[in-house]
Design a protein around this ligand. Structure first.
Ligand code: GTR
Length: 426
């Protein structure tokens, strides 16, 4: 008979093996489980949606509701921009033909006030420029070498490679991310760029005592309730407050403001555009898990992993789907379809396996069913295209060589698509 030590060893061995297999990242297509793609045109009660009207009146609201309460979280109240102030404006010496504007946007509720700075570069010659609006990771001063750009005093993530320490930005990080923002190309194509530091809306850490969340706390409350918003929803809300201001800027073509974001901010751009139809289109660059990639594929980053590493990004409810993707009645193609009929662009990078390029393609591909209801052009092939073979429809996609990043190649595609597709929409 096996003694107790033997039995305990076997149990421990089993547990180790189980936790190892649960935590190992899957990069093997053979290990992708069999699963059914939830039908965006079938209501939760099993009714088939056959036209755009039923989609808009019945199916879209229930999906919106699901993504709100189970994934990103609900904003506990209404809150818009209270005021704005032009801090500074002038011709840029860094980009030819560009006008720079810096605007402080304020949101006030009771005794609380949140300010964030929007940096704009606009093409000088245009009376009203279409623009890309995208939050940034390291402060407005990091996207450009332009010395006039104000350095944020918000909480910053320390990063030795950018000389960022003591959780604050200094001159050392000016321009460190300029390679990700093809500002001169954007201006030359007749577009503008608007960007803000996402940490001014909510610092990216599992701490809900700062940023916008406390504006809605009742006495004694220190974090959002279950079903209420996490950080991604807060950053998306910030994009809408920037939009409030952009509606008032006479130099901006307010019918053509495109939500843009990379990675966690690519997840954010999709959610912002789903919630706010003032966005004419959305671009999600390498957005991966919780963005454009299908969760049920369990390839690269999974729900369990993202919820563990970033417990503050989604609402509490979302945690129950970790290691339990089968229970999800939706998948990310339905998040994308909430943006329909407005154009959407999903982009991947070959070496960015963590974000699951194939899952990102399929997310965009399966959203096509909804876009088709509106007569829009979609991705027709269930097989993903080759590298550098962009597909520029209303639902657009490309995969490029290289890593998790935003490159000039990406911007080249976005600019072309924005001119050829988005500008023709309205
Ligand atoms: C990773 C995270 C991804 C992605 C990325 C980023 O660490 O696992 O979901 O969002 O960060 O934002 O760069």
């Amino acid at each position: 008979m096996m003694n107790r030590v033997g039995l305990i060893s076997i149990v421990l061995l089993f547990l180790c093996h189980w936790s190892y297999s649960q935590s190992r990242t899957n990069y093997d297509e053979e290990q992708v489980p069999q699963f059914e793609i939830p039908d965006p045109l079938m209501t939760f009660s099993g009714e088939q949606v056959e036209d755009a009207k039923t989609w808009l009146e019945k199916r879209r609201p229930e999906l919106m509701d699901f993504f709100t309460t189970e994934m990103f979280g609900k904003i506990p109240g209404e809150l818009g921009m209270t005021s704005f102030k032009i801090l500074e404006e002038g011709p840029s010496t860094v980009y030819s033909g560009a006008l720079r504007q810096q605007v402080k946007i304020s949101i006030i509720k009771g005794n609380s006030q949140l300010d964030f700075n929007l940096l704009l570069y606009l093409p000088k010659g245009k009376t009203k420029a279409p623009i890309f609006l995208g939050p940034n990771f390291y402060g407005n001063h990091s996207v450009t070498l332009d010395e006039k750009v104000v350095i944020s005093d918000a909480w910053a993530r320390n990063n030795p490679s950018y000389d960022i320490s003591d959780n604050s930005f200094t001159e050392t990080s000016r321009g460190v991310r300029s390679y990700r923002w093809a500002i001169q190309d954007i201006i030359d194509a007749g577009f503008g760029l608007a960007t803000f530091y996402y940490g001014e809306i909510d610092p990216d850490k599992n701490d809900f005592s700062d940023g916008i969340h406390p504006f809605f706390y009742q006495s004694g409350q220190s974090r959002p309730k279950n079903g209420e918003w996490g950080s991604i929803a807060a950053w998306a809300w910030g994009m809408s407050r920037a939009m409030d201001y952009l509606q008032e800027n006479e130099k901006v073509d307010s019918d053509h403001i495109i939500a843009f974001g990379h990675s966690r901010l690519g997840k954010t751009a999709l959610w912002a555009a789903a919630n706010d139809d003032r966005f004419a289109a959305a671009i999600s660059n390498n957005s991966g898990c919780g963005g454009a990639a299908l969760s049920k594929r369990k390839y690269g980053e999974t729900l369990a992993v993202i919820n563990k590493s970033f417990p503050h990004w989604f609402t509490e409810n979302f945690k129950k789907y970790g290691h339990n993707e089968e229970k999800l009645p939706v998948d990310q193609h339905e998040l994308i379809s909430l943006i329909a009929p407005r154009p959407v662009y999903v982009a991947s990078a070959v070496e960015d396996r963590w974000a699951d390029p194939k899952g990102e393609y399929l997310g965009a591909y399966y959203s096509g069913k909804v876009y088709k209801l509106f007569g829009k052009s979609v991705l027709e092939n269930p097989e993903m295209p080759e590298i550098h073979q962009p597909l520029h429809q209303s639902v657009a996609y490309h995969i490029r060589e290289g890593k998790h990043n935003v490159t000039d190649y990406d911007w080249g595609q976005y600019l072309k698509w924005a001119s050829d597709v988005v500008m023709k929409e309205k």
